[in-house]
Design a protein around this ligand. Structure first.
Ligand code: GDP
Ligand code: GDP
Length: 437
C-alpha cells in the first residue's frame, strides 16, 4: 500500500528538524546497534487519526557548494516531486522574510496542497504574528511550537485533510512487489532493463497516483503477478540533488517501504563497500524480505574461487542478513536472472506463512528441552506459550515469566530453531517476549 508522503520545506533554522522529530516521535531501531550504520533523520513514518504517512525533511538533504537559495529551491523541487502534501515552514519570531516570499512564489507553481506552518509561536503574542503570513497567499497559517509541542493537532488535521481517500488505496496483497536497491553504479537500472527483456509479458506501467514514479507490472508462466518498483531516480538522472547521497538514500527508503521484498545489489567487480552496509541496514530495519544479488558476475575470472570468497565475505560483513539468500547474476549476460521470480515467490510464501499454535509450541518445547532457558540471579526464564500474531514478517509473541530473563542470545537460539523447523528463508522473523501475570 502506498503511504501518503508529507514533505517539510523552509529556510534553514526555522525548526524543520525539531518539528520533524515532534511529528514522528522517537523510533527505536535495531540498526543503531550495527556498526557503520548511520541514521539520517530525513525520512520516517508517522501516524495521525489512524492514517499512516511518510515524512521527509528536505532540509536534511544537503547539497554541497550550492548557494542557500539554490539548495532550498532543489528541496522544494524534491517536495513537489515526491510529496502528496507540502508543509512550508516559516519562523514567527523572525517574521516574513524575502526568502520566504521567494520560496512561496516557487511553491505556487505546484498543484499539490501546501500547508503553511508558522513555527516558534511559543506564546500568545507570537501566535498573533501568524496573520502577517497571510501575505504569502498560501491559505491559513497554522501556529506551532516545535519547542513546546503545541499546535500539532491542528497542523496534522490540516495535513491529513489533504490525503487521498483511503478507499483509493487498492488491495494488492496478491502482487509481489520488489525493488533493487544499492549504491550508485552497482547495476540497478541495468537489472530492471534486463528483467524486462527477460519477462516480455508486461501487464502495465502503473502511473503513480500523485508521484511521477512508474512501476512495471509483469506476470510469470504460473500467472503470478509482480510489480517492479521504480527505484532511485533511474529516469531522472542529472539534477544536482540526484547525485547527493542523502537523496539516493531517501529514494532507497521509499522503494523499500513500497516493496514486499528488497534485492540488495552488490557489485562483484568492486566488492563490498561501506555504503553497501548502510543500504543493507535500511533493508533489514524495514522487516521486508531480502535477497542479496551479486551483480556483474560476468566480470569475474576465477568464478569458483571468487564464489566461495564472496559468499564468506557477505556472511561475515552482513551478519544480520544470514537469512537472506545470495544469487550471483549478470545484468549484462542475464546469467541466472531467470531464477529471480521463483526466488521471489518462495520468499513471499515464507513471509506470509502462518504456523499453527500447537505446532509452534511443540517446536518451542523441543527447543527448550535441548537447550535449557537462561537463569539470572537464581531465577530461570520460563516460557509458557508462544503464538504467531502477524505475517510479513512472521511475528511471534512468546509469553514468559520475566522479559528481563529473555536474553538476546536465547532469542536468537529460538529464532534459529523456528527457522530449522519451518521455511523462513529470505524473511526476517520477529520474536516479542511478553510477561504473563
Ligand atoms: P531546521 O534547520 O529548519 O531543521 O531547524 P532546527 O529544527 O534545527 O531548529 C533551529 C533552531 O530553532 C534550534 O536551535 C531549535 O532549538 C530552535 N527551535 C525549533 N523549534 C522551535 C520553537 O518552536 N520555538 C523556539 N523558540 N525555538 C525553536
Ligand atoms: P545503477 O546506478 O545501480 O542503476 O547502475 P547502472 O545500471 O547504471 O550500471 C552502472 C554501470 O555498470 C553501467 O556502465 C552498466 O553498463 C554496468 N553494468 C551493469 N550491470 C552489469 C553487469 O552485469 N555486467 C557488467 N559487465 N557491467 C554491468
Amino acid at each position: 500500500m502506498l503511504l501518503p508522503v508529507v514533505a517539510l520545506v523552509g529556510r534553514p533554522n526555522v525548526g524543520k528538524s525539531t518539528v520533524f522529530n515532534r511529528l514522528v516521535g522517537e523510533r527505536i531501531s535495531i540498526v543503531e546497534d550495527l556498526p557503520g550504520v548511520t541514521r539520517d533523520r530525513i525520512y520516517a513514518t508517522g501516524k495521525w487519526l489512524g492514517r499512516d504517512y511518510r515524512l521527509i525533511d528536505t532540509g536534511g538533504i544537503e547539497m554541497t557548494d550550492e548557494p542557500m537559495m539554490t539548495q532550498i529551491r532543489y528541496q522544494a523541487d524534491i517536495a513537489m516531486e515526491e510529496a502528496d502534501v507540502i508543509v512550508f515552514m516559516v519562523n514567527s519570531q523572525e517574521g516574513l522574510t524575502t526568502e520566504d516570499e521567494a520560496i512561496a512564489s516557487y511553491l505556487h507553481r505546484t498543484k499539490k496542497p501546501v500547508v503553511l506552518a508558522v513555527n516558534k509561536a511559543d506564546n500568545p503574542e507570537q501566535r498573533q504574528t501568524v496573520y502577517d503570513f497571510y501575505a504569502l497567499g498560501l491559505g491559513d497559517p497554522i501556529p506551532v511550537s516545535g519547542a513546546h509541542g503545541t499546535g500539532f493537532g491542528d497542523l496534522l488535521d490540516e495535513i491529513v485533510a489533504h490525503f487521498p481517500p483511503e478507499a483509493e488505496q487498492v488491495d494488492d496483497s496478491q502482487l509481489i512487489k520488489f525493488s533493487f536497491i544499492g549504491r550508485p553504479n552497482v547495476g540497478k537500472s541495468s537489472l530492471v532493463n534486463a528483467l524486462l527483456e527477460e519477462k516480455r509479458v508486461i501487464v502495465s506501467n502503473i502511473e503513480g497516483t500523485t508521484r511521477e514514479a512508474v512501476d512495471t507490472r509483469f506476470v510469470d508462466e504460473s500467472g503470478q503477478e509482480f510489480t517492479m518498483i521504480d527505484t532511485a531516480g533511474i529516469r531522472r538522472r542529472g539534477k544536482v540533488y540526484e547525485k547527493t547521497e542523502k537523496y539516493s538514500v531517501m529514494r532507497s527508503l521509499s522503494a523499500i517501504e513500497r516493496s514486499d521484498i528488497v534485492c540488495v545489489v552488490l557489485d562483484a567487480e568492486t566488492g563490498i563497500r561501506e555504503q553497501d552496509k548502510h543500504v543493507a541496514g535500511y533493508a533489514l530495519e524495514s522487516g521486508k524480505g531480502i535477497i542479496i544479488l551479486v551483480n556483474k558476475w560476468d566480470t569475474v575470472e576465477n568464478k569458483e574461487k571468487v564464489f566461495d570468497e564472496f559468499t564468506q565475505d557477505i556472511r561475515s560483513e552482513f551478519r544480520f542478513l544470514s537469512f537472506a539468500p545470495i544469487l550471483f547474476v549478470s545484468a549484462k549476460t542475464h546469467q541466472r536472472l531467470e531464477r529471480l521470480p521463483d526466488l521471489l515467490k518462495e520468499i513471499h510464501a515464507n513471509q506470509n506463512r502462518r504456523i499453527q499454535s500447537s505446532t509452534l509450541n511443540n517446536v518451542i518445547s523441543d527447543a527448550v528441552a535441548m537447550n535449557p532457558t537462561p537463569t539470572d540471579k537464581g531465577r530461570r526464564l520460563k516460557i509458557y506459550y508462544a503464538t504467531q500474531v502477524a505475517v510479513g514478517p512472521p511475528t511471534f509473541v512468546v509469553f514468559v515469566n520475566d522479559v528481563e530473563l529473555m536474553h538476546f542470545s536465547y532469542e536468537r537460539y529460538l529464532e534459529n530453531q523456528l527457522r530449522q523447523a519451518f521455511h523462513f528463508d529470505g524473511t526476517p522473523l520477529k520474536i516479542i517476549p511478553r510477561e504473563r501475570q
